[in-house]
Design a protein around this ligand. Structure first.
Ligand code: FES
Length: 365
């Protein structure tokens, strides 16, 4: 299968969700409907030239599985976020490059299940897609959504959530938790941390033990805290899924990370580093990678080779490839499963060659 490629799409509409968040809908031409097929929970990677820099950012799809003709993502402006600020200026009719849906934080629709969704801030976006798709696609399933925000002004997709509440009165439960605005019920006030979740479970507001699947999406500290709380409440790891897009403050990914690697293949003047052969879309090209200063992805960028990537932080898997020959070490890995590493897969945005020759197959699935 070919590596994912960008397609230029027209923006059909932009809706203000909060003072610092918008929902952007892309028109999907009929011939690209299959290419932009998605599972609830997946994301789109957008690409644009922002102040002269080629930037990419991934945003979760909030559309329902049965939606055709458009895909919508939610974009919240983050402090010093150049791309998220740029995205707030987009308008209907603008065209922008979009990569087909990716991601493993997904729900397969079918059967009967009880879902527990824990979302904070813009982490609501994939959870909304899952909730809408489950409620419309699984006739008898239930969804409980715990949604944490600072205050009611920062609640994204309020209309969609109210619509779900009205439409699925017995199968959808929505609980808002706010830490800067007092609500009538005391337990709904404060941060969505482990203690809060344990309290909500003891009061029967949520029932993690009987949930078939628990989806957690929000900032990294909230994900870690909620995952630990679920484990403490006896929920097996196999029922917990989480989406990590943004690492904790201070460890934001760089497009071309540089890291000292003392035991790396030496880059002398003759070799300029390890020979890395790239197989992409059936074609082969060899680049030199100095493992002391570059990952495979950053070296490829310098060589003008357009490899697939999105987060450049080891989180999204867009840059996944298989090691066909040689060895490499990853700086970080937040997304590959143990079986994938066992099978030889690696993340090119994190990989530095350990051998003089390395062959990476980006077409391998
Ligand atoms: S680009 Fe996201 S993991 Fe490598």
């Amino acid at each position: 299968m070919a590596a994912p490629r960008f397609h230029e799409l027209e923006i059909a509409s932009v809706r203000n969700e909060t003072p610092d968040a918008v929902a952007i809908s892309f028109a999907i031409p009929e011939e690209l409907e299959d290419v932009f097929d998605f599972l609830p929970g997946q994301y789109l990677t957008l690409r644009a030239d922002v102040d002269g820099e080629d930037m990419r950012r991934s945003y979760s799809i909030c559309s329902q599985l049965s939606d055709r003709g458009h895909r919508t993502v939610g974009v919240k402006r983050i402090a010093d976020g150049r791309f998220s600020s740029f995205a707030q200026t987009l308008k209907a009719g603008d065209r922008i490059e979009v990569m087909p849906p990716q991601g493993r934080f997904t729900a397969k629709i079918g059967g009967r299940h009880d879902y527990l969704l824990l979302a904070a801030g813009s982490g609501i976006t994939p959870c909304l897609s899952i909730a809408k798709s489950v409620l419309s696609g699984e006739r008898d399933s239930t969804v409980t959504l715990l949604y944490a925000n600072r205050n009611s002004a920062s609640v994204m997709f309020r209309d969609d959530l109210n619509d779900l509440k009205d439409r699925y009165t017995t199968r959808f439960t929505l609980v808002h938790v706010m830490d800067e605005e007092a609500q009538d019920v005391e337990i709904m006030n404060g941060r969505l941390d482990a203690e809060k979740l344990e309290n909500l479970a003891s009061l029967g507001v949520i029932d993690p033990k009987s949930a078939d699947a628990i989806y957690i999406c929000g900032p990294e500290p909230m994900i870690r805290s909620a995952s630990a709380a679920m484990a403490a409440l006896g929920v097996g790891e196999d029922r917990i899924r989480f989406e990590l897009f943004t690492p904790a403050p201070g460890s934001a990914p760089k497009p071309a990370p540089v890291k000292e690697k003392p035991d790396a293949v030496p880059a002398n003047e003759a070799t300029q580093g390890a020979a890395v052969e790239i197989i992409l879309d059936g074609a082969r090209r060899t680049i030199r990678v100095n493992a002391q200063s570059d990952t495979v992805l950053s070296a490829a960028q310098k060589a003008g080779l357009d490899l697939p990537w999105s987060c450049a932080g080891g989180m999204c898997c867009t840059c996944r490839c298989r090691i066909v020959e040689g060895r490499a070490t990853m700086d970080e890995n937040f997304s590959l499963e143990p079986w994938e590493i066992e099978a030889g897969f690696t993340l090119s945005c994190q990989s530095r060659p350990d051998t003089e020759k390395l062959v990476l197959d980006f077409d391998a699935q």
